[in-house]
Ligand binder design. Structure first.
Ligand code: ADP
Ligand code: MG
Length: 250
């Protein structure tokens, strides 16, 4: 479903991604671990073309992201075409990023109507079903500021799902939450994993990785150091760098 191939990304003199390869199969949950500054967020952002890669390529469901191939040349897609591709790639941020001036329901209805041209009635029906799924059926008409962080993040997840994405990307979805609110958000993500949603989750929640991930990726210094089933990477890491990191967070 997601294929990251030899991706390099530099910011000025700083080489943040130094040849990242990553494959995520349909229906699988991949958890990415790694120290701060290792390039995890940048990698997620390249997958939906919020950052342009300097070298390498990324495809989602067989479609090249940000470019079109003609013959052996690559042409960059127009912003409108990129926006279309992004509707296939849900993104959940650390800080929720809900629209503060829209109610919860409107937050979920906006993109399907504007980007996918769904009839509003249909988009609202879907939105209510998704809110029920994340346990917030009674919050449809509330503004985001009236919700706890955990509730806001559950709305953000429902909003991402409203576009029926082929893959969902989470960038430290629980890092901004008070500890007592982490569980309710992880439970929603767990529930999605059970329904076969393809997901890439950047998180420091090792317990979650152990329980939910099909594959765990350890990144450091802009490369994938190690990847495998949680039992291998978390309990029996082959690389010294992985061991050193885990000994600090476990
Ligand atoms: P992580 O998510 O693993 O903590 P990031 O991908 O956010 O790592 O960042 C990797 C490195 O790239 C950091 O050193 C960060 O400061 C730098 N970086 C990220 N985005 C930018 C940017 N837009 N401009 C310059 N430097 C950036
Ligand atoms: Mg980050």
């Amino acid at each position: 479903m997601v294929d990251v191939h030899g991706v390099h990304k530099t910011f000025g003199p700083l080489e943040v991604l130094r040849g990242v390869d990553l494959k995520v199969r349909e229906g699988e949950v991949t958890v990415i671990l790694g120290p701060s500054g290792s390039g995890k967020s940048t990698l997620l952002r390249t997958i939906n073309h919020l950052e342009k890669v300097d070298r390498g390529w990324i495809s989602v469901d067989g479609e090249l992201i940000g470019y079109r191939r003609s013959g052996n040349k690559l042409h960059e897609l127009k912003e409108k075409e990129v926006a279309k591709q992004r509707t296939n790639i849900g993104f959940v941020f650390q800080n929720f990023h809900l629209f503060p001036h829209l109610t919860v329901l409107e937050n979920l209805v906006e993109a399907p109507v504007a980007a996918l041209r769904r009839p509003r009635r249909q988009a609202e029906e879907t939105a209510r079903r998704l809110l029920a799924r994340v346990g917030l059926a009674d919050k449809a008409d509330v503004y985001p500021r009236r919700l706890s962080g955990g509730q806001q993040q559950r709305v953000a997840i429902a909003r991402a799902l409203a576009l029926e994405p082929k893959v969902l990307l989470f960038d430290e979805p629980t890092s901004a939450l008070d500890p007592e609110l982490v569980g309710e958000v992880l439970d929603v993500i767990k529930d999605l994993a059970g329904t076969g949603t393809t997901m890439i989750v950047v998180t420091h929640e090792i317990g979650f990785a152990r329980e939910v991930a099909d594959s765990v990726v350890f990144m450091d210094g802009g490369v994938v150091v190690e990847q495998g089933p949680p039992a291998d990477v978390l309990d029996n890491p082959r690389q010294e760098r992985t061991r050193a990191f885990l000994s600090k967070v476990l």
